[in-house]
Design a protein around this ligand. Sequence first.
Ligand code: GLA
Length: 410
Amino acid sequence: MKKNHNLLLAFILVLSSSLTAQKFEGLAKTPPMGWNSWNKFACNVSEKLIKETADAMVATGMQDVGYEYIVIDDCWQIGRDSLGFIVADPERFPSGIKALADYIHSKGLKFGIYSCAGDKTCGGRPGSRGYEYQDALMYAKWGVDYLKYDWCFTENLSGKGAYITMSKALKQAGRPIVFSLCEWGDNKPWLWAKEVGHLWRTTGDIYNCYDCIEDHGTWKSFGVMQILDKQDGLRQYAGPGHWNDPDMMQVGNGMSFNQERAHFTMWAMLAAPLISGNDLRSMSQQTLSVLTNREVIAINQDTLGIQGLKTAVTDSVETWLKPLADGSWALVYLNRSKSPKSITVDWKSFKVFDELSARTFDTTSKDVFIIRDLWLKKEIGDTRKPLQATIGVEDVLCLKITKKPVKSRK
Ligand code: GLA
């Protein structure tokens, strides 16, 4: 009887350990920051491009403000060798992936790669299905720090199961690798992926437009505003080490200055991974100034890790709040319309309770709060009188609201 009991216990233990995932803890405590090749270059990737991008990330000062991961997306792989190991395209990556990873590490940056849970990647290259442990081992040997794992050609696969398999394979391989789930929100990863990976895509692909939907026939991709709207109801699932991912940024791929600023600000408010998707080697000063705004980045990288919330919409202007670790708040007004909008903020009646952080934004008391404009990069007054501002077409007003310290009398 005792023996049977022990056997049963062992069986339950084995079963439960195979059902719980084992992601690497302690990674992505704040949303990952970096660059990914897909939005700008699609399948046109090469070792030359990746090295030049790493050089540019350092030379432009992006590294100094926190960008860290250089991720090659689809189409680096060409086949498998006779033992089943994944093989990089020798024409595009003549020095091999290990040498490329070493180069990126030599710059003080981290290296990311892409694969897919299916038989093939979305670009038709070999996927990891059936090769998960072997691929994870290879990534660890190469010095990979980040894996984006896609969801094409996955007929009859369970979403949760497939991502748990790769999560375990990465853990077994022994190298701490940030695991980025990319199944477009199909299986509601926010409900189960907290222990599986460090970030999960919440939607289909971002399209290079600010406000549109692109219909590809069998699938659709979405503009910045459409992706933003799809984040509704997801904020309680994000936090340090496990983020909602509204996809890589399109900043620098042709939008107006206002749109770039709004896109970047909203990704900061969403506590989204800040993965740039433009050509870092040739971007304009304008784009660089958006991508490297330290004060907006600080909102995104805030250690409290609470995703922002939309608290009101008035005449096409949305109000967003994000509580910050030091007790202050980020407050953003997003003008969704095609004409400038004037707003008046009446601090005397501005009080909002955020259930998630259990904190109240409250400027109705006699405390005085300092208002800092994070794009003007200066203080613009305090909450003793109403704020009047005009927000440009498809632009934002991005503020930090901090309680003014009370001077102690000697
Ligand atoms: C999917 C992903 C994209 C990109 C491509 C590559 O569409 O969602 O982000 O990785 O595949 O083929």
